[in-house]
Design a binder for this molecule. Structure first.
Ligand code: NAD
Length: 248
């Protein structure tokens, strides 16, 4: 089989879709993971250049589903050379506006999907990786800058950063590198509402380029961090923000 075996979680749309396309374009075999979007995932698989791509389904927050999904990928692609933990959710839950019950529910779900989910998939994927294996986590600027209306999101992504740094140390003796990208706003369905109207204009002007990121720009960084050349980038968190937040 040619190319590497690449598992991209949450690949049916948005950043994950762009990442899947980028790996396939360089000749890798991609497992297009989705949770509830079989049609979109199958459509993407058919669109990917090259052969050997597969579609897999799981709720990454469910330990048994995550395990079964990784086993399926390893069987279909003959191992897992690259894991991209991209699947994630974003919830609006300002502390002064939500009930205590809502607060609890959002914290639990967000940490389950955005932190425990990647931990579930990673534990299993590592068992199918050889030397040269790569793990790339898709975190967020929210991990560093604060998310006043979405604190669980910021906390989960900060946890993901810490997990990546810890595993970079733990997995280096096995020849596996672990790195993280931390984008600000990226044009996807997740943030469509935020990018509308005056709030959208304010977000765009945070960058001197006057826009937000395109999914392909995140995919390009992921491709590098997953490359054989990127062992020395292990443990890094790449702040992908178009020179935003630098003005004094
Ligand atoms: P998106 O909503 O288009 O994609 C997220 C994907 O994750 C979806 O395909 C969804 O089905 C999947 N997913 C959600 N919960 C899941 C679960 N329990 N199990 C399996 N899959 C699940 O959003 P996106 O913008 O493409 O986000 C991709 C990643 O990038 C996320 O981790 C997000 O936090 C991160 N991110 C996004 C932005 C942005 O502005 N769009 C900025 C920084 C980081």
């Amino acid at each position: 089989m040619s190319g590497r075996a690449v598992l991209v979680t949450g690949a049916s749309r948005g950043i994950g879709r762009a990442i899947a396309l980028a790996f396939a374009a360089q000749g890798d075999r991609v497992a297009v993971h989705h949770r509830n979007s079989p049609d979109l995932a199958e459509q993407l698989r058919a669109e990917l250049p090259g052969d050997g791509h597969v579609v897999v389904r799981a709720d990454v927050a469910d330990p048994a589903e995550a395990r079964r999904m990784v086993e399926e990928v390893a069987a279909a692609l003959d191992g897992v050379d690259v894991l991209v933990n991209n699947a994630g959710i974003f919830a609006h839950h300002p502390i002064t506006e939500v009930t205590y019950e809502e607060w609890q529910a959002v914290w639990r779900e967000t940490l389950d999907v955005n932190l425990i989910g990647p931990a579930n998939v990673t534990w299993n994927a590592v068992r199918h990786m050889g030397r040269g294996g790569r793990i790339v986590n898709v975190s967020s600027r929210g991990a560093f800058r604060g998310e006043p209306d979405s604190p669980a999101y910021g906390a989960g992504k900060a946890g993901m950063n810490a997990m990546g740094q810890s595993l970079a140390i733990a997995l280096a003796p096995l020849g596996i590198a672990v790195a993280t990208v931390a984008p600000g706003f990226v044009e996807t369905d997740m943030v469509t509402e935020h990018l509308k109207g005056e709030r959208g204009d304010a977000i765009r002007t945070q960058s001197p380029f006057g826009r937000v990121a395109r999914p392909e720009e995140i995919a390009a960084a992921v491709l590098y961090l997953a490359s054989p050349a990127a062992e020395w980038a292990s443990g890094t968190i790449v702040d992908l923000n178009g020179a935003s937040y630098l003005r004094s």
